[in-house]
Design a protein around this ligand. Structure first.
Ligand SMILES: NC(=O)c1ccc[n+]([C@@H]2O[C@H](COP(=O)([O-])OP(=O)(O)OC[C@H]3O[C@@H](n4cnc5c(N)ncnc54)[C@H](OP(=O)(O)O)[C@@H]3O)[C@@H](O)[C@H]2O)c1
Length: 248
């Protein structure tokens, strides 16, 4: 991905990882547009930053995606980078019958959201110079956190989808997967207070350093997520899953 001079659209850019990356890309000299459901969060993200804009968008709503994609490419014809960062999580106990509404929301948002968002913009992006599609997955896509089974499954699925997209778009559009470890955001209660969470600024700085240092990389794998990303290769999957259950 080019370091500067891009026009970047980031879903989930109103808070957490999306906002931290949006600000860093803006600082580097890119035009940055953020999207999410909460207008106030988006306004805070763009406040005082010329060249930033926002759209209210619910990525679990296919009509809203089509509508925003149309406005986006009209308002910002130079758009060349899509960052699928919006996501939700949720703890659950799949060993007992329960209300599955949150489960559906997680799949709609974390899996169908990026698939539909990419679908809405891929034809435009393919025609742009230096085009890139970024997907924010999770270390739990590589080693599931059993307490968030559907969330982990949604991230494993979007990893797989990203592999296919990369293979098919080879030579036309770069496809990059950012794989966060536990990061101190509001994604789940307790994440910001946990000593196991990587501070948000450190994570965002490390991501930017890798994107800049390895502009052709397929995956952004910060140090803290390496045990998850490579668990299967290293034969550590069962051990890590067991340790997560023991910690609960
Ligand atoms: N923090 C971690 O430990 C961690 C670890 C691995 C992966 N991740 C991934 O990183 C990404 C960002 O999460 P975060 O940690 O930065 O948490 P966050 O601060 O809660 O950010 C999630 C963002 O997604 C947006 N969003 C959620 N549902 C949406 C929807 N239906 N339509 C549009 N936007 C929606 C939220 O904005 P609105 O509520 O305003 O819509 C929010 O800005 C997620 O994909 C998450 O799965 C996080």
């Amino acid at each position: 991905m080019k370091r500067t001079g891009n026009t970047i659209f980031i879903t989930g850019g109103g808070s957490g990882i999306g906002r931290a990356l949006a600000h860093r890309w803006h600082d580097e000299g890119n035009r940055v547009i953020v999207a999410g459901r909460r207008r106030e969060a988006l306004e805070e993200t763009v406040a005082g930053r010329s060249g930033m804009a926002y759209y209210e968008l619910d990525v679990s709503d296919p009509d809203a995606i089509r509508s925003v994609a149309g406005r986006l490419t009209t308002d910002h014809p130079g758009l060349n980078v899509l960052v699928n960062c919006a996501g939700i999580s949720g703890l659950e106990d799949p060993t007992t019958t329960r209300d599955l509404s949150r489960t559906s929301d997680i799949v709609e948002t974390n899996l169908l959201g990026p698939i539909r968002m990419t679908d809405a913009l891929v034809d435009h992006l393919k025609g742009q110079p230096d085009a890139a599609i970024l997907v924010v997955s999770s270390g739990t896509g590589f080693v599931p956190y059993p307490g968030a089974a559907t969330y982990s499954a949604s991230k494993a699925a979007i990893h797989s989808y990203t592999l296919s997209l990369r293979a098919l778009l080879k030579g036309a559009t770069q496809v990059i997967e950012i794989i966060p470890p536990m990061v101190a955001t509001d994604l789940l209660d307790g994440l910001t207070a946990s000593p196991l969470s990587v501070p948000l600024d450190k994570f965002a700085d490390d991501v930017m350093a890798q994107l800049t240092g390895q502009p052709e990389a397929d995956e952004i794998i910060v140090e803290e997520v390496e045990p998850f990303r490579f668990a299967e290769r290293d034969g550590k999957m069962r051990e890590i899953v067991a340790s997560m259950i023991a910690d609960d």
